[in-house]
Design a protein around this ligand. Structure first.
Ligand code: F0G
Length: 470
């Protein structure tokens, strides 16, 4: 397990999709047309798209052939039965609800269990879980472990703070806590994994207090890989065995299957409580579709059943995690400070550290995001105060993110290392020019999830103080 050499792809390429690079002048024009919001760029105008690892992966030959087996019957399709059986085996829960993506699973679950003013506790909410909690009248609470703030390359920085969890339960009482969730891997904290011992500790606290414990399991297989690699006692276990231990320690699972489902669309809820299942299934019929297809086509369910099995292949995961580390090393060598160790799906750059002359409320992560496109036609995403800050819906005060990060997410099985070498070369040119970068202001924004649709405008470059230049 100690071999850090980047393995060659454990697959060969059967089908290709041409990409091309607009010239600098054209890219500048596209940025202006998009009001500096990279979500508004046309994908055809992007050379290398590291916006997200969600729904952007390449399917295998097995998945493409599974498409043809899709049973499109409205009720009780054989494709649903296959999907249901696969989910039951991996996630070890009796009741399975397919959903069209992660946030629809969140919406259905939270609008069923959250009462006005009740808490959902998470190691760190992803933006859609946070928004759906608030949308259902709940209060999202993040309890990341203290190590998550450390610049040391420690393992399992994605853990939940169990001391603060105990204190929170004691202070607020169990009636006000709708559920505790563990996001594996912890996307908002650099895609960092959660250890099995932390999972067991949190589950025990929840069990003792009769609080439901669920996973946000979008990247469960990547998390299992880290447990196998870095947690004593798990080196000889298979990914499937580790997943089984993990999912035995919970009441249910929400999943965006656009990540570790190796699919372009899909999500799921798996749970053991029959009464809760019935309430969700009833709601499902009103908003998503009949519970045996859940807003998906039969062929999507086939693809998911195949993808959920493929993602647990050790060689695939070993390649995947090491490719993320490869890009991380290149970006660091280019002079950008990154979150270390690299996690399972992305490299996170600390834009706040790289651009100290741009204050958090002028979005240094966004300045760097815009620059990646301007410099190289590379699309990445800000994960700082633009995504996580804003007006706090509970206090009415202006809030900022804990860190001004920028994420380079790696689509699964899509880009080769030469693509990533190109990204690192762009990073190097940006670093050489970093003092000339300026901040941005928001000129229009919606009340929730503002980063997707807001319009931005560049501010005039400020004079960078001498001491910050060093
Ligand atoms: N939970 C986590 C941890 C996620 O990362 C995401 C999506 C969701 C839930 C919502 O799932 O997109 O299928 O509705 N993350 C994507 C990303 C969008 O870029 O990280 P969804």
């Amino acid at each position: 397990m100690k071999n850090d050499r980047q393995p060659a792809e454990p697959f060969r390429i059967k089908s290709i999709e041409p990409i091309s690079l607009l010239n600098r002048e054209e890219r500048e024009k596209k940025l202006i047309e998009a009001n500096y919001n990279i979500f508004k760029l046309d994908a055809a105008d992007v050379y290398i798209d590291l916006l997200t690892d969600s729904g952007t992966g390449a399917m295998s030959a097995q998945q493409w052939s599974a498409l043809m087996r899709g049973d499109e019957s409205y009720a009780g399709a054989s494709s649903f039965r296959k999907f249901e059986k696969t989910v039951q085996e991996i996630f070890r829960k009796r009741y399975v609800v397919p959903c069209h993506q992660g946030r629809s699973a969140e919406h259905m679950m939270f609008s069923t269990v959250v009462k006005k003013g009740s808490y959902i506790i998470n190691n760190t909410h992803f933006d859609t879980t946070r928004a759906n909690t608030i949308h259902a009248g709940g209060i999202p609470v993040d309890l990341p472990c203290p190590e998550s703030d450390s610049s040391e390359p420690l393992p399992f920085k994605g853990n939940m703070d169990v001391v603060r969890l105990e204190q929170f339960v004691h202070k607020h009482g169990i009636e006000k806590i709708a559920m505790v969730m563990m996001t594996v891997t912890n996307n908002s904290i650099g895609g960092q994994p959660v250890s099995m011992s932390n999972i067991h500790e949190v589950y025990q606290i929840c069990k003792r207090n009769s609080i439901p414990f669920f996973y946000d399991s979008a990247r469960f297989a990547e998390n299992c890989y880290f447990i196998k690699r870095d947690e004593p006692g798990y080196g000889d276990k298979s990914i499937r065995e580790i997943a089984a231990e993990m999912f035995d320690a919970c009441d249910g699972v929400l999943m965006s299957a656009k990540k570790d489902g190796l699919a372009n669309i899909g999500g799921l809820i798996a749970l053991s409580n029959e009464e809760l299942y019935r309430r969700i299934a009833d709601l499902m019929i009103i908003v998503e579709g009949f519970p045996t297809y859940g807003g998906l086509a039969g062929r999507d369910l086939e693809v998911l059943a195949t993808g959920l099995e493929e993602v647990m292949n050790f060689d695939y995961l070993d390649f995947r995690v090491k490719q993320v580390a490869y890009l991380g090393r290149q970006i660091k060598q280019a002079g950008m400070p990154i979150v270390e160790p690299t996690g399972g799906h992305a490299v996170f750059v600390d834009a706040g550290l790289l651009l100290p002359h741009i204050p958090p409320d002028q979005f240094p992560g966004l300045a760097l995001t815009v620059e990646f496109y301007r410099e190289g036609g590379v699309r990445v995403v800000e994960m700082g105060s633009l995504m996580f800050g804003g007006i706090d819906p509970f206090t009415g005060e202006k809030s900022l993110a804990r860190h001004e990060l920028l994420r380079l997410a790696l689509p699964r099985r899509v880009y080769t290392n030469s693509h990533y070498d190109y990204v690192a070369e762009s990073a190097k040119r940006i670093v050489a020019n970093k003092n000339s970068l300026a901040g941005y202001k928001i000129v229009r924004q919606p009340p929730l999830l503002r980063h997707f649709t807001c319009d931005l405008a560049p501010l005039k470059p400020e004079k960078v103080k001498e001491k910050q230049k060093q």
